[in-house]
Design a protein around this ligand. Sequence first.
Ligand code: SF4
Length: 445
Amino acid sequence: MTIAARHIPKVGLVSLGCPKALVDSERILTQLRAEGYMISPGYDAADVVIVNTCGFLDSAKAESLAAIGEAINENGRVIVTGCMGVEAETIRAAHPAVLAVTGPHQYEAVVSAVHDAVPPAHDAKFDLIPPQGLRLTPRHYAYVKISEGCNNRCSFCIIPSLRGDLVSRPAASVLYEAERLAKAGVKELLVISQDTSAYGIDLKFAESKYRGREVRAKFADLVKELGRFDAWVRLHYVYPYPHVDEIIPLMAEGKILPYLDIPFQHAAPNVLKAMRRPANQEKVLDRLDAWRKFCPDIAIRSSFIVGFPGETEEDFAYLLEWMKEARLERVGCFKYEPVAGAKANDLGAAQVPEKVKEERWHRLMQTQQEISADIFSAKVGREIDVLIDAIDEENEEAVGRSPWDAPEIDGNVFLPGATDLKPGDMVRTRIIGAEEYDLIGERVS
Ligand code: SF4
């Protein structure tokens, strides 16, 4: 294809209002430019026009409505954003032809409305930024952040004071990103946020348009949509709320990975209360039981904190007993460290001596090691898909992961002799051995 033959989508922009609105306009244009759109100086050449409105005074609203009307007359395809966007009904009453209306600072919603109106046209030969964006992870897996901030107030954590309350991305924005990644060859999408199960609460589960369909910004709806891509979908930072039950059938059907990362942090009621953990009232063990009955292959990974201020020997013993009952597949453990600014510092509870923390850490890890070894040795003989991460030439083996293992934090599957494989390959593998944290496998030809 020659440069002349390639249609480059063009976007026009009318920016009204204060400097904050101007900064919003710049951010929107920067994002669109990075995605390969050209900025059109006039109405004529633009495939779509964004009108960034001001709604501060009545006169500003009138000016905004007039600007929208002009853009519709001159171009016909108009997306409205900015402060007046909160009055979507007024805008639609005056100008029913507008394609989409979004509010102030909703950059991603504007960009996804542009995607809907004029899909981006990427071409690896010409674009400086690849369709999947610039990423720091290997090519075959990618993290997809679905929200920022957190509505919880765990006493050991300062994230809400640093990043504010939960702000979810519109579902369409997440799905377009996931689609770009899958098309670019990413084999595994790792869904992250501070509280994945709370996704969309701040948006009141608002719908957004993805490929002509309305998709709700709701945890189960989003996960279901992600499950349609040709990639593994792994969920991190999910709390065991009742609505999480809805996604277990997707795991059982193989639409998403049978894996949930639930940061329990503790189990003893006193400690959970002092930590102010979300979902600590839910009947967790019953819930795990029900999930496993429905999807026996599910792997639960979690992290725990030992030595939280006020944690007694009874609390810790309770945690160990709970772990023996919960039989989690993968576990990480941290010794409590005070974070400057965290509420836990003001609880007035007795600090746990470092020596005791150390000893509890070892006891917990020992308990878990036996559980994991037991669970994973029972996998020997099974056939599973393994995603290859690397080839270790020195040890003459391929290093991959099973559906039960997230990159960096969980175990590996080693395939001795399979050095002809490459990162990103998905290989059917028979498990022939199990070590403490890792599995050994051989390719099934
Ligand atoms: S630790 Fe608690 S407050 Fe901090 S980000 Fe996680 S859920 Fe939110």
